[in-house]
Every structure is written in structure tokens, then in C-alpha cells.
Design a protein around this ligand. Structure first.
Ligand SMILES: Nc1ncnc2c1ncn2[C@@H]1O[C@H](COP(=O)(O)OP(=O)(O)OP(=O)(O)O)[C@@H](O)[C@H]1O
Length: 325
């Protein structure tokens, strides 16, 4: 649905140049929720703005739903851009217009005839659960309600793709959950493809099917969440399921095991098969949007030589096992 190929965007300011996006290629499948994560300054916002060409990349191509946006200009680009909705961190609503007025404004800009506008506004507000607040002004709405208006407005052009720029980072945890629930619902009901940027791991856990991790303008790892965290050394695994520094335990081998997919009784199996008193030191396994996953830190009695057969057994069973440094 979204294909980014070799995107590069450099900013020049005061004689210095910063490569904000440095050769990024990504593929977002139709109907998935795809998250881009990374530290502040990694290039996430620049990348997102390149997807609807709010920012024109210096190099590379952007194709959305089979249309190469980077090959378009003028009216054709504006028309194509309407098919991609965008949700902003700080809502970006017109304070002088009501919730309904904000949504109507988007329709006006798109040239939707007046008679149809009222019907579409009602439909869109219903979609985001805000019918009863249609006549309220932004100052009279809570953060979550404002974001619902922002989402309704983003859906005005019946987009197949929604871009979300930190949509929940200005909201409290409970409101965040309700907005994430709404986005998941829209993704499923409308088949909407969502590309979002976030620094919140909770957003990845609750919403994302796939993720790309960015650092210094580049993508360091990308793929379906459960596949990605099962890769040895995955940065995403460490961010989603931090295990901290390993404990210094004498005559013990500490191993970190990544668990994905349906339940497995590998700890009990290990204890039985190798007659080991296995201890779970730390860890979590959770139901994520992309499937069940987690990491467990185990303490196995004995040095590396003694525990090698047990570790080999876990690896042979398809588990990712790492020995923390
Ligand atoms: N308009 C601009 N002019 C000059 N440099 C910019 C501009 N916008 C971004 N940058 C620089 O590009 C790099 C990437 O910024 P970007 O905002 O894309 O990162 P980010 O990952 O979204 O960060 P954050 O999470 O803090 O928003 C940073 O070094 C930033 O300072």
C-alpha cells in the first residue's frame, strides 16, 4: 500500500547540513498498522512528512496505493494527497469552528457540495463516537475528544491510508487507550492502512502489526513485530521488554529467552529434561496487537559448559536465546 524507496531528505541551515532521512526503503502492506519508532531526532517526523509530500524528498520515491506521489505536482498531487489522511499530535483544529465545523471545513476544501457535507459530517462524527459533541468548540472538548475530531477530519477524503504523527503523546494513559482502540477499530472496520510514528512502546504493543526502528535517519530493523523481536540483538525487543542489567549470580548461567506465538511450557520442559532448577528472574509475556510475545530472563544452575545442552535444546526448539553481557 505504501512503498518508500531510497528516500533521502537533507536540511541545510546556517551552512550546516543534516541528513534527516538517509536512504530509507520500507514497504507497508494494505490493512496493516505500521509503527516507526526511534529516539528524538532519528528522523521519524521527516519520514512521515515525506510520505504525503508535505516534505519533498531530495532522492527516492513514494508510492501510495499504486500512485507514485514523487512523480506528481500541482493539482494532481493535491488530489492524490487528499486520499491520505493525517492526524497530528496537537490536533491542529480551528478554534473558531465547532467539532462539526472542523470536519465540514475539510470537506469544503475538498470541494464536497454543501448538501452532501452535512450528511458526511454526521457520518464521520458518528464513526469516531462524537455525535453528541458536534456543536462544541475545541476549547470545550477534552484532549481525547479533540483527537477524535482530528481523526474524523483526517477521514473526510475517504482515505485508504492514515498517517499519524504522535497522535496520543499529548494524552493521558486512559485517553491514549481509548484513541488506540478507535484507531484499531477503524483499521479493522474500514480496512484502513495506518502508518504512525511514536516514541511510546505501549502504542507499539497495543496497535502495531509491524514496526521500523530508526536511528540517525536510517532504518536499523523492520518487519512484523513478533518476527522482529525474535531476531537476536533486536533493538525493538529490548525496548518493548527491557530486562535491565543481568544479575551477577555465582555458578549460574543467565539467559534471555524471547517468546513469540502461542504458549509453550519450555521452562517446565527444561527443568524436567535436564534436571535443572530453573529460575525465572525477570520478564513478561503479553498479548500484543501483532500476536503473543515477550521475553523471560532465566537463571540456570551451573556454568556455561554445564548448561550448554539446555541452551542448545531451547534454540533447537526455535526459541531465541541470548546470553546477556
Ligand atoms: N526544518 C528543519 N530544519 C533543519 N533541520 C531539521 C528540520 N526538521 C528536522 N530537522 C533535523 O532533522 C533531524 C530529524 O528530525 P525529525 O524531527 O525528523 O526527528 P524525529 O525522530 O521525528 O524527532 P522527534 O521525536 O523529536 O520529533 C534532526 O536532527 C532535526 O534537528
Amino acid at each position: 500500500m505504501i512503498e518508500l524507496d531510497g528516500l533521502r531528505r537533507t536540511y541545510r541551515a546556517k551552512g550546516r547540513s543534516v541528513v534527516a532521512v538517509d536512504g530509507v526503503s520500507l514497504s507497508v502492506r494494505a490493512g496493516e498498522v505500521f509503527g516507526v519508532v526511534g529516539r528524538s531526532g532519528a528522523g521519524k517526523s521527516t519520514l512521515l512528512r515525506c510520505v504525503n509530500l508535505l516534505e519533498r524528498p531530495d532522492e527516492g520515491s513514494v508510492t501510495v496505493d499504486g500512485v507514485e506521489l514523487t512523480a506528481l505536482g500541482g493539482a494532481r498531487l493535491r488530489a492524490a494527497r487528499q486520499r491520505t489522511g493525517m492526524v497530528h499530535q496537537h490536533f491542529a483544529l480551528l478554534s473558531s469552528r465547532t467539532a462539526a465545523g472542523n470536519v465540514a471545513f475539510a470537506l469544503e476544501v475538498m470541494g464536497v457540495p454543501r448538501a452532501e457535507r452535512a450528511r458526511r459530517v454526521a457520518e464521520l462524527l458518528d464513526l469516531v463516537g462524537l455525535t453528541d459533541r458536534a456543536d462544541a468548540y475545541p476549547a470545550q472538548l477534552s484532549g481525547g475528544q479533540k483527537q477524535r475530531v482530528g481523526i474524523a477530519r483526517a477521514l473526510a477524503g475517504r482515505p485508504k491510508v492514515l498517517l499519524s504523527d504522535e497522535a496520543t503523546s499529548a494524552l493521558d494513559p486512559e485517553t491514549t487507550r481509548s484513541i488506540l482502540g478507535l484507531l484499531r477499530d477503524l483499521n479493522q472496520r474500514l480496512g484502513l492502512t495506518i502508518l504512525l510514528i511514536t516514541h511510546e512502546m505501549d502504542v507499539v504493543k497495543r496497535l502495531c502489526d509491524s514496526v521500523a526502528v530508526m536511528r540517525d535517519g536510517r532504518v536499523t530493523e523492520a518487519g512484523p513485530v513478533t518476527e522482529l523481536i525474535a531476531r537476536p540483538g533486536s533493538e525493538l525487543a529490548a525496548e518493548l521488554f527491557p530486562l535491565g542489567p543481568p544479575p551477577a549470580l555465582p555458578d549460574t548461567t543467565v539467559v534471555d529467552v524471547t517468546v513469540t506465538g502461542s504458549g509453550s511450557s519450555f521452562v517446565a520442559d527444561l527443568a524436567r529434561r535436564f534436571d535443572l532448577d530453573v529460575q525465572i528472574v525477570n520478564g513478561t509475556v503479553e498479548q500484543l496487537a501483532g500476536g503473543r510475545a515477550g521475553r523471560l530472563r532465566l537463571a540456570l544452575p551451573g556454568d556455561a559448559d554445564r548448561t550448554a545442552p539446555a541452551v542448545a535444546h531451547l534454540r533447537a526448539a526455535g526459541l531465541t536465546v541470548e546470553v546477556p553481557a
